[in-house]
Write a protein that binds this ligand. Structure first.
Ligand code: GLN
Length: 310
């Protein structure tokens, strides 16, 4: 396939990728540590690409709602960074962790300051700070996603939130541990409630491709107003590239070559700055918590189109 120009439609390449994925055996396993997610069929697959003008191309289950989980960490980071700017970086770092997303081990060595905003500890800090600034971090997130996707029906999945809360000992441990270092402002149960609701937002590939577009537009929202400075948008894209897929971020950069963020619901969002955004969903995960078919599809997309940051 030829390298894509700005006027190319994405539909043929999406259809080719879906056919290839359909023929590929081995899809990984849905996350089962959150019981409400365990029942999803790993053969499901959807992919959407949003152009900067809001045109969305899609294939497979691209309109099927799924659990956003850690994909929401990109949006809470953007919403908090827009409010407090660089002061955030006194509370959370910007380096890859090289550890699983829910790991506790680095936190004690590093005095309760998480390595980056995309591992669970770092996301808890960001949600805590956004909650302090807005009084309702998860509500702020939901409202942003609804506006940017143009889908007013987006909502939390209370069953998924309750399921995660009932099995949330590790996130609770992270929250309490960081609170002991003074790095959490709100009562930990309040923070966990906000975080589990945040993660439970139910979205489709189409919704998320659109909602992520502000990162491809260098910080500009769908209505033309600015959420982030151009520099802040670059910063978030850079952290997605280096930290967005946890201890697989090196391999993701090698294979896909785009800023990306995964979630244990099986979604991955990715950004081609200045060009388009992508969201792919397939619930089967590898052992690092990234969608197997999702990474494979993004790998094929950048290979076939030549669209990558490198
Ligand atoms: N809600 C999940 C958790 O905290 C999010 C993890 C993820 O999507 N990687 O464990």
């Amino acid at each position: 396939m030829a390298i894509m120009t700005s006027s190319t439609t994405f539909q043929p390449v999406l259809e080719r990728i879906a056919e290839e994925i359909e023929r590929t055996p081995g899809r990984g396993r849905p996350a089962d540590y959150i019981p409400a997610l365990a029942a999803r069929d790993p053969r499901r697959f959807g992919m959407a690409v949003a152009d900067l003008d809001g045109t969305v191309y899609g294939v497979g289950d691209w309109r099927e709602p799924f659990s956003a989980q850690s994909l929401t960490k990109v949006f809470t980071l953007a919403l908090d960074l827009a409010r407090e700017g660089d002061a955030l970086w006194e509370h959370v770092g910007r380096e890859p962790s090289g550890n699983p997303f829910n790991s506790l081990v680095q936190l004690e060595y590093e005095n309760g300051i998480p390595r980056n905003p995309f591992i669970n500890a770092g996301a808890l800090v960001v949600t805590d700070r956004l909650h302090t600034r807005t009084g309702d971090a998860s509500g702020e997130l939901l409202s942003f996603l609804r506006t940017e996707s143009g889908n007013p029906d987006l909502t939390f999945d209370e069953e998924v939130a309750a399921s995660e809360s009932a099995h949330g000992d590790r996130n609770a441990a992270l929250g309490h541990f960081m609170a002991s270092y003074g790095n959490i402002d709100n009562p930990v149960p309040t923070l966990l409630d906000q975080y589990f609701r945040q993660c439970s937002v139910t979205v489709s590939c189409a919704d998320l491709a659109l909602a992520t577009s502000f990162l491809a537009r260098h910080g500009i929202r769908a209505d033309g107003t600015r959420l982030l400075t151009r520099s802040q948008a670059k910063q978030i894209n850079a952290i997605m590239l280096t930290c967005g897929t946890y201890d697989a971020a090196g391999d993701f950069a090698y294979r896909v070559g785009l800023p990306g963020k995964s979630g244990v619901g099986g979604g991955i969002i990715a950004v081609v700055p200045g060009r388009c955004t992508l969201c792919v969903w397939s619930p089967g995960l590898d052992e690092r918590g990234n969608s197997v078919a999702g990474v494979a599809a993004l790998d094929r997309f950048t290979t076939l189109t030549g669209l990558s940051v490198f």
